[in-house]
Design a binder for this molecule. Structure first.
Ligand code: NDP
Length: 437
């Protein structure tokens, strides 16, 4: 804490992982002897840079850019870029730290990293977004590469931004290095299923968790927070498996839609018009807008079986957990990174609610990014069906790894510890094998 002052989210992420590790450290003292804990929470490299850009009126703005290259024991650094006014070094470090273990859990050869900027894309024109992305990449290009560090999207960075970033990389580096960034358009090196992958993956993981206790998603009532990339495709997959999604949200408030979210309308508003959740409520007769409240408020009005927080960190707190428990929730599975506060996790687990941590449940996005890197490396592109089948197989593997690790350490059903231990041991073993570097 003294070494990284003010980085609260980073401290939270590190302590959550370390709390799971005491059993491992007793069993394998070499991790202590080799100072793996000290080494693993110090990034290999952190880059902070100025991002100057000009708005449409000709005014100059300065933002701060970040890339934290956290751990390359398993492969090139891999992790998204987040553009959000609240981004600071501690945010990027928390996300990068989580990414190390998430990437390890996929079983694929990718290290952990993360980046972003405190730039606020909301309300900016396409031309402003393009100028910002070009300026960001004018510095970032020196630090990335398909064998070095491979960024992708995250909050505020979707297909459009990836296009502008890749275009500027190509221009400066003078080479078509498709594998330098993932989340590209499918006609220029992107992978089918990447857009859907995180949301679909969360639902595949949820299905396996429910199946392990003899249940399924069919007929369940579900709340999903957010209405961005992860939320939209989680909603799509839940509905295709027979679940009813009765609420979604954005940062202005939430909607309660007892007839189930109309996904075509939601996609039109969010993906095409870049509108707000209020626009959805205004155009959907069965929906009610709940201003300024999170989607968990819907659980005060509606029974809920499954909750998927898919918006942002620390968005589900102790009182939200109590509301969900009262509404009958039996499983909470994280689509976002660290959306549930530690105390809320404790309350849910004490109440017997199944809990799926983000670093396992939302790994489908980065796993499909790694599949995009594979396709780029062999200059091929795979069909939707094949790629989705690979994603499903990877999510099943992650579920099995978490569940079996929890069993092995005498804590069956504890997916948090299972994920932390399985991810940690894979990275730690590689670090030991590669020496003190
Ligand atoms: P998007 O930017 O596409 O969507 C984020 C959504 O969350 C928006 O609807 C946004 O609303 C909403 N939101 C943000 N802050 C709040 C808040 N305080 N309360 C309620 N809603 C809020 O991002 P993604 O869907 O890509 O990412 C969501 C989460 O999933 C993040 O934690 C991200 O790190 C994680 N993740 C994403 C992956 C991916 O492949 N995209 C992969 C793995 C994890 P508004 O528009 O009002 O801001």
């Amino acid at each position: 804490v003294a070494r990284n002052p003010g980085e609260h989210e980073f401290h939270q992420a590190v302590s959550e992982v370390f709390e799971s590790l005491h059993r491992v450290l007793r069993k394998f003292p070499e991790y202590v002897d080799e100072s793996i804990l000290e080494r693993i929470c110090e990034p290999e490299r952190q880059i902070i840079f100025r991002v100057p850009w000009t708005d449409d009126a000709g005014s100059v703005h300065i933002n701060r850019g970040f890339r934290v290259q956290f751990n390359s024991a398993l492969g090139p650094y891999k992790g998204g870029l987040r553009f959000d006014p609240e981004v600071m070094l501690g945010t990027v470090k928390f996300l990068g730290f989580e990414q190390i273990f998430k990437n390890a859990l996929t079983g694929l050869p990718i290290g952990g990293g993360k980046g972003g900027s405190d730039f606020d894309p909301k309300g900016r024109s396409d031309a402003e977004i393009m100028r910002f992305c070009q300026s960001f990449m004018t510095e970032a290009y020196r630090h990335i590469g398909s064998m070095v560090d491979v960024p992708a999207g995250d909050m505020g960075v979707g297909r459009r931004e990836i296009g502008y970033l890749f275009g500027q990389y190509k221009r400066i580096a003078n080479r078509y290095e498709a594998g330098v960034i993932t989340g590209k358009g499918t006609s220029w090196g992107g992978s089918l299923v990447r857009t859907e992958a995180t949301g679909y993956g969360v639902v595949f993981f949820t299905e396996h968790m429910l199946a392990a206790t003899g249940r399924s998603l069919d007929g369940t009532r579900v709340l999903v927070s957010g209405s961005g990339n992860v939320a939209i495709y989680a909603i799509e997959k839940i509905q295709s498996l027979g679940g009813l999604v009765v609420g979604a949200s954005d940062s202005s408030g939430s909607v309660h839609d007892p007839e189930g979210i109309d996904l075509d309308l939601m996609r039109e508003i969010k993906e095409v018009q870049r509108g707000r959740i209020t626009d959805y409520a205004a155009q959907r007769g069965s929906a009610e807008f709940i201003e300024g409240r999170s989607v968990w408020a819907v659980a005060e009005k509606h029974d809920v079986d499954v909750a998927l927080p898919c918006a942002t960190q620390n968005e589900l707190d102790e009182s939200d957990a109590a509301t969900l428990i009262k509404a009958g929730v039996t499983a909470v599975v994280e689509g976002a990174n660290m959306p549930t506060t530690p105390i809320a996790i404790d309350r849910l687990r004490e109440a017997g609610v199944l809990f799926g941590p983000g670093k396992a449940a939302n790994a489908g996005g980065v796993a499909t990014s790694a599949l995009e890197m594979q396709q780029n490396a062999i200059r091929d592109s795979w069909s939707f069906e094949y790629t989705e089948a690979r994603l499903a197989e990877i999510m099943e593997g992650i579920h099995t790894r978490c569940a079996e690790t929890a069993e092995e350490y005498g804590i069956p059903g504890d997916y948090v510890s299972g994920a932390n231990i399985a991810g940690f041991t894979r990275v730690a073993d590689a670090m030991i094998a590669q020496g003190v570097i």
